[in-house]
Design a protein around this ligand. Structure first.
Ligand SMILES: C[S@@+](CC[C@H](N)C(=O)[O-])C[C@H]1O[C@@H](n2cnc3c(N)ncnc32)[C@H](O)[C@@H]1O
Length: 273
């Protein structure tokens, strides 16, 4: 299912299993290859995305299981809509918290992220878990090195939504799951910092040219214990970058924080040919 990002040729794993190489069936008959990193992810040579520190903070926070009750419905939705999933692509997968869970309802799963640190963390965890049906690769979600119509399902969780690219890689009748913040997501966190608190608005990059077939919210209240876990959650949010030092201190003094967790799960279907 891999497509050479240089010439569009079909790619396969080399005999020594250290790289993938294209078939060179392009006009210049030149072959291109991309290597697996020592951590085990496939590197397409992109740069950017989350820093090492951001990846570590997300991993630490997610390991508290605060988001588990919101993550489980995503997996259930995939299983419900795509019961015979051969290939699932998690676009903007981060360090693979959801990707790993989703690999339980798909024969094969590939997580793509721009961040090499995120891909490395995901690949190392997959190795520790002995998951052989799960691959991580560094690439942009706007230019995925995948053949047209290869995926049964695409998940896109708190990451940029590249509608046209997801549509291109989905099989006809395939499903796209876009997950982001619902109206009440992290209200408790916002109340602890700001005087005036507003509900989250609708995101601007939701798909416009695919049929929306379902939408649910996974919404509950959760107590986050410990300064370090509150700090890790805060650093994962966009508020971290827009909050004054004074307001940041309000949060830093808290030992526990009760907040809404509100995930909005939108489901889209690619029409049949
Ligand atoms: C908020 S994190 C979410 C990660 C993961 N889905 C989760 O919810 O735990 C957003 C992720 O998108 C990645 N990202 C940002 N722009 C990207 C792009 N153009 N292509 C691929 N990944 C991208 C970042 O590196 C980061 O890992």
């Amino acid at each position: 299912m891999l497509k050479c990002p240089v010439c569009g040729g079909r790619m396969s794993v080399t005999e020594d299993k250290k790289s993938v190489k294209c078939d060179g069936l392009n006009p210049k008959n030149k072959k291109h290859s991309f290597d697996f990193s020592s951590d085990g992810y496939l590197s397409f040579g992109v740069t950017g995305g989350d820093s090492k520190e951001a990846v570590a903070a997300r991993r630490a926070f997610l390991s508290t299981r605060a988001y588990e009750l919101a993550a489980l419905p995503i997996r259930s939705f995939v299983k419900l809509f795509v019961p015979d999933c051969k290939l699932l692509i998690d676009a903007g997968c981060g360090e693979g918290y959801y990707t790993s869970m989703l690999s339980e309802v798909s024969e094969n799963t590939v997580g793509f992220d721009l961040s090499k640190f995120a891909c490395a963390a995901g690949a190392k965890q997959a190795k520790r878990d002995g998951k052989t049906n799960l691959l991580y690769a560094s690439a942009s979600v706007f230019e995925l090195p995948l053949q047209d119509g290869c995926a049964d399902a695409v998940t896109n969780i708190f990451a940029p939504c590249a509608e046209e690219e997801y549509k291109r890689i989905l099989k006809p009748g395939g499903y796209l799951f876009v997950v982001g913040a619902g109206k009440e997501h992290l209200m408790g966190l916002k109340r602890a910092i700001y005087d005036d608190v507003y509900e989250n608005g609708e995101r601007a990059d939701l798909p416009k040219n695919m049929e929306k077939v379902d939408c649910i919210n996974a919404h509950y209240s959760w107590k986050i214990c410990g300064k370090e876990n509150i700090a890790a959650l805060f650093s994962m949010t966009p508020y971290y970058w827009r909050t004054s030092e004074g307001d940041k201190e309000k949060l830093a003094s808290l030992e526990e924080l009760v907040t809404d967790i509100d995930f909005e799960i939108n489901v889209y279907r690619k029409e049949n040919d």
